[in-house]
Write a protein that binds this ligand. Structure first.
Ligand code: IPM
Ligand code: MN
Length: 353
């Protein structure tokens, strides 16, 4: 039978158990297509950093690029920091910039049956945050200046970088099947162009590129207003495109409205390679306790399968998640953890495949 070669980064904290849960679901979902998962493990993250002085082992990027698909668990440990105090995890220059995965795609969807702290109908929350992933404020990581009296980081936007992320957002809107409440395909540019030059540049390029997509409505919203609207009126959103740091913040906000951080997966997409990881961190205090919500990591598995041409299996996984919540066979406690534990939750999704 055919096999799909995937590289897996288990990561830190709850990462290994989440990845385990997701691999079980993916393996089962691929059975009916007679496809076998061939998994090679790549050690990476904060633990690896503290042991080897580098968060990625030599040759890792080549090994990742050679795989058909890549699944990554969360990384990072609170006591593993670079000498300047920033995170020793992995993401920055190493993976996102190293693989030039310029688009960070973060679907936010409230599954029917999951209580939301903000909105009651599942149809109201179904949008995609397209976060620029290689520049913006995060490009300053490692190069900011700091002394006793002051510190500064520079936010960089390039024409090349903004054009490609805006195009990606419009293409995402064209390809998408979920819809905002009024069924109008739409891309919302989120920025602070009323205050900062870099954001005015981002918006101007958004306006230019939007003329190439007359079939899609182009709208703008200031980031502070968008934070409010994501809570109070999320049904208007379809695809949102924004700078890296804004995307980091607003995607946590979005996930919180959809049942918690443990509900959302994401894709880091480049022109020739993509890897998929939860939007949340490694929750070291939950590591090894079989309590974390694996839905984020399972959703990553579905996204990876769709990307590698196995969209039937991806659809089956998403439908199984939906059914598991709808039937209340899968339920979350008040802290967003699945009742019965991580592996039990994965098995419940498998039961609904
Ligand atoms: C994310 C995470 C990372 C980020 C952290 C772990 C550095 O929060 O993927 O959103 O800030 O990008
Ligand atoms: Mn984040």
């Amino acid at each position: 039978s055919a096999s799909l070669n995937i590289a897996v980064i288990p990561g830190d904290g709850i990462g290994p158990e989440l990845v385990d849960a997701a691999l079980q679901v993916m393996t089962e979902a691929l059975l009916s297509d007679s496809i076998r998962l061939d998994v090679s493990t790549e050690r990476a993250g904060a633990q690896t950093y503290s042991e080897t002085g580098s968060a990625l082992l030599p040759g890792a990027l080549d090994r990742l690029r050679a795989a058909d698909g890549i699944i990554k668990g969360p990384v990072g440990l609170p006591d593993v920091r670079k000498p300047d105090g920033t995170e020793g995890g992995l993401l920055g220059g190493l993976l996102r910039n190293g693989l030039d995965t310029f688009a960070n795609v973060r679907p936010v969807r409230l599954w029917a049956g999951v209580p939301s702290p903000t909105v009651h109908s599942a149809r109201d929350i179904d949008y995609v945050i397209v976060r620029e992933n290689t520049e913006g404020l995060y490009l300053a990581r490692g190069s900011g200046v700091r002394n006793h009296h002051a510190a500064a980081d520079q936010m960089m936007m390039t024409r090349h970088g903004v054009e490609r992320i805006v195009r990606f957002a419009f293409e995402t809107a064209r390809a998408r099947s979920g819809a905002p409440a009024d069924d109008v395909r739409r891309v919302t540019c989120v920025d602070k162009s009323n205050v900062l030059r870099s954001f005015a540049f981002f918006r101007q390029i958004f306006d230019e590129v939007s003329t190439e997509y007359p079939d899609i409505e182009a709208t703008h919203m200031y980031a502070d207003a968008a934070a409010g609207a994501l809570v109070q009126n999320p049904a208007q959103f379809d695809v949102l495109v924004m700078e890296n740091f804004l995307g980091d913040i607003l995607s946590d906000l979005g996930a919180a409205t959809a049942g918690g951080l443990g509900m959302c997966g994401s894709g880091n997409i480049g022109s020739d390679v993509a890897y998929f990881e939860p939007i949340h961190g490694s929750a070291p205090s939950l590591a090894g306790t079989d309590t974390a919500n694996p839905v984020s990591q399972i959703a990553c598995g579905a996204m990876m399968l769709r990307r590698t041409g196995h969209s039937a299996a991806a659809d089956r996984i998403e439908a199984a998640i939906e059914q598991a919540f709808l039937t209340h066979d899968l339920r979350l406690d008040e802290s967003g953890c699945p009742i019965g534990g991580t592996m039990r939750a994965a098995q419940t999704v498998i039961d609904h495949l």
